[in-house]
Structures are given as C-alpha cells and as structure tokens.
Design a protein around this ligand. Sequence first.
Ligand SMILES: [Zn+2]
Length: 391
Amino acid sequence: MGNIQGDFFSAKFLSTSNSIPVTDTNEKFFGLYNVANTCYINSVLQALYYCIPFRDKVLEYQPNPDCSENVLTALRDLFNQIHNHKNRQGYINPKKFVAQLKREYPVFDNYNQQDAQEMLNFLLNRISEILRAELSEDSDDSSSGSHKDPAPLTWVQEIFQGTLTNETKCLTCETVKSKDEDFIDISVDIEQNTSITACLNDFSSSETLTGTCKLNCEECGGKTEGTKRLRVKSYPSTLALHLKRFKFDELLLRHTKLGYRIVFPKELRLTTKEEEAGGEGQIYELFSVVVHCGPSPNQGHYVTVAKTLMGFWLVYDDDRITAIDPNTSFETYFGRSSDHQKTNDQCGYLLFYQHKVGGFVGSCQERDKSKEKSKLPQGRTNSFDQPKVST
Ligand SMILES: [Zn+2]
C-alpha cells in the first residue's frame, strides 16, 4: 500500500509540510517496501527499530561462527542496512528478512495479511530462543560440572520481560496461592471510551471462579468457588502493550475488530503490586505505536507512529514516511468514540513504552529512595497467555 513513485529525495517530497525535519543527529529514516501484504511485518520492525536498547543489541550482534542464517542475522543485516546507509532517508526492501521469517514461521508463509501482535510475539520469542541456544552452547563449553546455575537471561528478556503474579483464593478455606509467570507483552481486554490505564486496572481486577471454572483446592480436596487475580510483579524496561481489538465473533465465525476509543498518554505512570500500597509509581514514555486501520486482522493495514531521537514523531506507512506535528495528541489513533462514527478506523494496537530512568512519581524522599532501584527487577518463570520465552 502506498508505494512511493519516483525519487524519494525529490524537492517535492522535502517541500511538503509533512517532510522529515532537519536534524543534527546521524539518525536515519527508512521506510520498508511492502513485499506482499507485509505491512504487519514492516510495522513491527519499525516499532522495534525505535526501541533503542533493542536496536543497539541487534546491531552489535555477533553470531557464533558456525551459525547458519536465521531471523536474528537477517534482522541484524536489515538494521545495519538502515543504520549504515549513506543517505539520511529513503526506503529499503526487506525481502531477505521476510523470506527468512517465513522459512522459520510457516504460519506466515503465504500472501495473507497477518496479526502484528503474533508477528511481534513470534519474533521476540524466536530471537530469545536463538540467544538461549548460544548461551547454553557457551556454558557447555566452559563448564563440565554437574551443578546447574539458573539460566542467564537473554537480552530480549532483559529488555522486554516482566513478571506477573497469578493469585488464586479459595472462598471456602481462604487459602491464597500465587504463581509467577513471565510475559514479554501484556494483552489487555478493552472497553469502549476508556484509557490504557483503565484497561491495565481491569487486567488486575479479580475474577470469580465458579460454575465450570471452579478452583481445584488441595486443602478442601476438590473443586471450590474461588477468585483469581493477575497482577504485575515487575514491569520490564520496555513495555509492549497489546490491545485486544480482534475478537472472535461466534455468529460470523470470524475475527472482527473492536474500533473502541482507547486513550493512551505519551507518559504513563505504572504501579506494580508491591508499590500499590506506597503509591509510588514508575514513569514510562511512549516511543512507538503500531496502528491498525481497517475492519479485521486479515483485512486492512498497519502503520507505525514512532518517536525519533530528536523528539519529533514520524508515521511509517511501509515505504512512505511523514512527519506529524510535535505537539499533536494521538487522538487520531485512539479509535472511534462510538460505533456509529465510522470515519476513523485508525486504532492504536500495540503500544511501546520505555521506562524513564529516574522518572518516579511521589515525594522527593521517595524519589531519592527510588534512585537506587531505578533499574527494574527481572523475573523468570513461565509465560502468560502467549507463546513463551523459553527459560
Ligand atoms: Zn479450599
């Protein structure tokens, strides 16, 4: 969709009000050519390119010498092509990466539009798997002992992995049990006319386990009524939030899109379950948004809105790049305020927030206290609701 004809660097492009502002950084601005319904891949790659810790790790990645080509080496080549390009802006063809991705994930090996969240999840888990295999090869080489140290985290986990606590309570004997689960993105249910903060609150609200969903309580020796609550124990340094906009319609027998209006701020305050009592929070800054336009996951188009190092925002629509007003609100990307208003179907779908170091909310004393722990703890165990990062 929307391929640029002719010279991208033409005066015509640069003279439009939407052209990329002049910068004094070495930053590169490259769109990605749409190979064949591959905007779901392009949009996720652009969002990840703007995750600076991730970009840096990919650029500096050195595979083991005997390593065969994989999505990570293909991604590194792609990011390097952008990063080391002699021009400041333009577009490149990601066909080598796309071909490698489709080889490793046959679900995508067709010309259909796919779900960007599935793409994100697959890619991060796959890269983590590749890194994990390298780490275990290295530790096989260096240690012959029988004792096993806990597996070190891969850099994908260090960047994106947080921990949830799944707490269940039996309403008969009141026994509370909790289990930690890792996540690399959080999928939240959405309601009309709400905000991402409200969605996250709902995500942690408790749910009653009754009827066919009763709890299996060891203490009571059988099925009992209970409650279940998921809470975030630790947020990762980069938080990927997935708004569950695609819902399976039992009547239509297909996924439909919830175009609900969900407000998301450029700065988000997040509180973990430990912090709830103290009221202290962490500040996260938005740096990219994958936006879905169109009626369903397999129909429509994805674009990415991303924040540059200079602080202005760009829209990456495959190979086209347009600048947006720095003071703009993202109102356009929140979704529709009512189902009757069909005009705007651009909906924020994946939101990427970066932890702002030292960005704590609370009193000065709390801020001072928090300085020492501005690096967030990392957890590990299982995954949540999604294909998992293997540990
Ligand atoms: Zn019980």
